[in-house]
Design a protein around this ligand. Sequence first.
Ligand code: NAP
Length: 261
Amino acid sequence: MFSPVSGRSVVVTGGTKGIGKGIAAVFAQAGARVTIVGRDEATAQAATAELASGGADVAFVVADVSRPADCTRMAREVVAQRGGIDVLCANAGIFPAQKLADMSEADFDEVFDTNVKGCVFSVQACTDALAASGHGRVVLTSSITGPITGYPGWAHYGASKAAQLGFLRTAAIELAPKGITVNAVLPGNIATEGLADLGEDYLATMAASIPLKRLGDPEDIGYAALFFASDEAGYVTGQTLVVDGGQILPESLEALAAAEA
Ligand code: NAP
């Protein structure tokens, strides 16, 4: 039996849409006090209203995680409003596609600024509050893309998601004396607003390649984050958990199709 996370203050960056909103919903349903973070105020307001509609305790802060000053303000506002931070889900990320041949320095910087620097700045900004909680938890949203797989157009994105794991391992060591664990969820293809932008063909091809034969739901990632945030996972740090319906498993898609026929 897992101890409840009810009453814990949980920050979810990129919590206004997609996977982050699914993570926020899972923690809110578990009774946590959740603060979601995104750049667009109208989207944040709408997501907060939706998540709080069942009586859950959800608030938002507008911030751009690629800016260190925004991350500092975000942490300050959450501490002021919630009295502290127990869990940081550093989830905000972008995945614009660009083939290597056409990739500019600006394309590369855009992805790294949000996915890598944003992750690092969020953790830095929340460290004191997480340490003060006595049981701080950081859960990163990486990806199978980069750490395990590749996909045309996502060389910069894959590099950013692999970089998050390099950060994770040293952050886990540095933050361990403060009682903070740092772990990561590696989602496969999850049905989000961002993924929908890639088009029906992409979604159908991906669903067919997944042994469980469906895209993941944002809440599937939320349940993995909830495990890493639990008291019972207090001895787990610097680790990763793939949540992908088995997508990385087949040695050959043709063999998978033949076995299913
Ligand atoms: P999404 O639907 O596009 O949502 C992205 C969220 O991040 C939004 O709330 C967005 O809000 C916020 N965001 C983006 N840039 C930000 C910034 N600079 N500062 C603060 N917030 C920012 O994306 P998603 O599919 O849920 O992806 C979420 C995370 O999961 C990403 O890290 C992504 O790499 C990872 N992931 C996704 C999948 C998938 O299949 N969907 C698979 C593997 C990994 P604003 O635009 O208003 O800022």
